[in-house]
Write a protein that binds this ligand. Structure first.
Ligand code: BEZ
Length: 223
């Protein structure tokens, strides 16, 4: 049995908070605003799984409005969105209705309910010793093989940047296309960096003292 599997599949598995980049994303099933979801059904496409502290809170509301408005941009990159909080499904529904009526945008990606915190614990979104059950703003970028490729964590009082979420996804997808690296502030269409050599001969043969480890290569054109 997969050791990174939680509820419904393997209650014997201890929560695996302390997940790191490269780990398999723990599988789970949960009720959501779009029906029952199973994480492993997202295999074959990218997924951004993220937690929010609570429904009907100001910062979270701005995040969901912004994400719903950019949902097509994630879709264009072959990436699903999946949110999670401790709130009940009916709380999620009421919140989405309020968001639709006030901000004229429908949140159509799934929002999971996690009343027992089993998923939040497994992903380290809450600490076992916490008395406050609200999850921090944790974001997991999960690749088509189900591996965690990047993570970000913000406190309850600071909202995420949706452009940075898209940029992270673009960078992860770009580096998967070749032996290249994405430099600071990289955006699609800009140059990437070549993987540095591991051979001393290449170091001595390079045209100057930095070209062997720091050289730009053409990025794919912006689509
Ligand atoms: C907010 O989303 O505004 C929020 C959530 C939890 C605690 C504080 C603020």
């Amino acid at each position: 049995m997969d050791s990174n599997t939680i509820n419904g599949f393997a209650q014997k598995t201890a929560p695996c908070a302390g997940l790191r980049i490269g780990d398999a994303a723990p599988d789970f099933t949960a009720r959501s605003t779009t029906g029952d979801v199973r994480l492993s059904e997202y295999r074959g496409r990218w997924l951004v799984l993220f937690s929010h502290p609570a429904d009907f809170t100001p910062v979270c509301t701005t995040e969901f409005v912004a994400l719903a408005r950019e949902a097509d941009e994630f879709e264009r990159r072959g990436c699903g969105l999946m949110a999670l909080s401790v709130d009940s499904l009916f709380s999620h529904f009421a919140w989405l209705r309020m968001i639709r009526d006030r901000f004229d945008v429908e949140v159509r990606f799934p929002i999971l309910e996690d009343p027992t915190l089993v998923i939040a614990m497994a992903y380290g979104m809450v600490r076992p010793e916490d008395h406050d059950s609200s999850a921090v703003r944790t974001t997991f970028f999960i690749d088509p093989e189900g591996k965690i490729r990047a993570m970000a964590c913000y406190p309850a009082n600071v909202g995420r940047s949706i452009p940075e979420m898209l940029r992270t996804l673009d960078a992860l997808q770009a580096v998967d296309e070749g032996p290249v690296l994405a430099p600071a502030n990289w955006l699609p269409g800009q140059n990437l960096l070549r993987q540095p050599t591991a051979k001393l001969d290449d170091v001595f043969a390079a045209k100057d003292q930095s070209d062997w480890f720091l050289r730009e290569v053409k990025g794919r054109p912006r689509t």
